[in-house]
Design a binder for this molecule. Structure first.
Ligand SMILES: [Zn+2]
Length: 299
C-alpha cells in the first residue's frame, strides 16, 4: 500500500512552491498576530478561521494535490453549511463545560494548590503551553477512540473517518456527539489551571492547524513537522488501511505521536473508513449502526 500515488500532484513552479513552503507557517503567524493585537475580540475566532478557509478554498481548487478529491457544487455548499452549524454547536458545548466545570475545577485547583499557571509569561508563550497540553490530552482520547470499540462508537469517530475525499473543511465534519470529546481537553486545561485569555488563542491555533491538516494541497513537512502536524501526516491517519489509520493521532500537534511511538511519514493512497463512502444519514447513524464495509473500526 506504500507505493507512491500516481495521481498525486506535487508542487511545481514558483507559485506552487511558495504555497508549499509558506502557507502553513505564514498563516499561523498572521492568525496569531491578528489575535494577539486584540485578544479580547469575541469575533477573532470567526474572522481568522473564516479568512483561512477563504484562502484554502481557491487554492484547493486551483492546485489540488489530489484532483480526484475536489468537492464542488451542492456538496461543497452542504459541507460549508454543516461546518458552520457544527462549529456554532461546538461553541455551545464549550459554554456548557464552562457552566458545569468552572466551579468544581476551581475548587479542585485551590484544594491541591494548583495555582501554578504562568500568567506572567508572554501571552503567546502561554498560548503554545495550552495548545500542547490540550493536544497531549487529545492524543490519548483520540488513541482511545481507535483502541476501544465502545469509545469509537460512543463518540461517532467513524463519521469523521468516513469521507473518501478530504479537504480543509473536514476539520469540522465530525459526528455531533464527538464535539463533547473534542472540546474537553482544552476545557480541562483552561478550567483546572485558570488559564484565562491564552485559551482563546490556543483554540484559534488548534482550529487553524486542524484545517490545514485536512487540506488538499501539496505542503512541506520539513521543520514545521517536528512539532506541528501537516496534511501529509494527518491524511495518513485518514487512510483506509487499518495499520496506517492507527498512526498520527495528533490533529494539530504531532510531537506526542513522535514521543509515544505512533508517528508515521508515508504517502496515503486512499482515505475513508471502507471502500465506499456512507451516505449522510448513514454517517449520522454510525454510533449505532456501522456500515458493513468499515475497515478501520477497532474490534
Ligand atoms: Zn481518528
Amino acid at each position: 500500500m506504500n507505493q507512491p500515488d500516481p495521481t498525486y500532484v506535487e508542487a511545481s513552479g514558483v507559485p506552487a512552491n511558495v504555497i508549499k513552503y509558506a502557507l502553513q507557517p505564514v498563516s499561523l503567524v498572521l492568525i496569531l498576530w491578528y489575535w494577539i493585537n486584540d485578544p479580547d475580540n469575541p469575533l477573532a475566532f470567526a474572522i481568522t478561521i473564516g479568512a483561512l478557509h477563504m484562502v484554502l478554498w481557491p487554492l484547493e481548487l486551483s492546485m489540488p494535490a489530489r484532483p480526484g478529491w475536489l468537492i464542488r457544487g451542492w456538496e461543497k455548499a452542504r459541507d460549508i453549511v454543516l461546518v458552520i452549524l457544527l462549529t456554532i454547536a461546538t461553541g455551545y458545548v464549550a459554554v456548557l463545560y464552562d457552566a458545569l466545570l468552572r466551579e468544581p475545577l476551581s475548587d479542585f485547583r485551590q484544594s491541591l494548590n494548583l495555582d501554578v499557571w504562568p500568567h506572567q509569561w508572554p501571552l503567546l508563550v502561554q498560548v503554545f503551553v495550552v495548545f500542547f497540553c490540550s493536544e497531549f490530552i487529545w492524543y490519548w482520547f483520540h488513541r482511545a477512540e481507535h483502541r476501544w470499540h465502545f469509545a469509537w462508537r460512543l463518540t461517532g469517530h467513524g463519521t469523521h473517518h468516513s469521507f473518501k475525499r478530504l479537504g480543509a473543511l473536514n476539520f469540522g465534519l465530525n459526528h455531533p456527539l464527538e464535539f463533547f470529546l473534542l472540546v474537553l481537553p482544552a476545557a480541562l486545561i483552561e478550567l483546572t489551571f485558570g488559564v484565562g485569555l491564552a485559551a482563546a488563542g490556543a483554540a484559534i491555533l488548534g482550529t487553524a492547524q486542524a484545517s490545514i491538516a485536512h487540506c488538499n494541497l501539496d505542503l512541506n513537512t520539513k521543520g514545521i513537522g517536528w512539532l506541528l502536524t501537516t496534511n501529509r501526516y494527518h491524511i495518513h491517519h485518514h487512510s483506509v488501511v487499518l495499520a496506517e489509520s492507527n498512526t498520527n493521532y495528533g490533529c494539530s500537534a504531532i510531537i506526542w505521536d513522535r514521543l509515544f511511538g505512533t508517528f508515521a511519514d508515508a504517502q496515503t493512497r486512499e482515505a475513508g473508513s471502507g471502500p465506499t463512502e456512507p451516505s449522510l444519514w448513514q454517517k449520522v447513524l454510525m454510533p449505532i449502526r456501522e456500515p458493513v464495509d468499515t475497515a478501520i473500526a477497532p474490534d
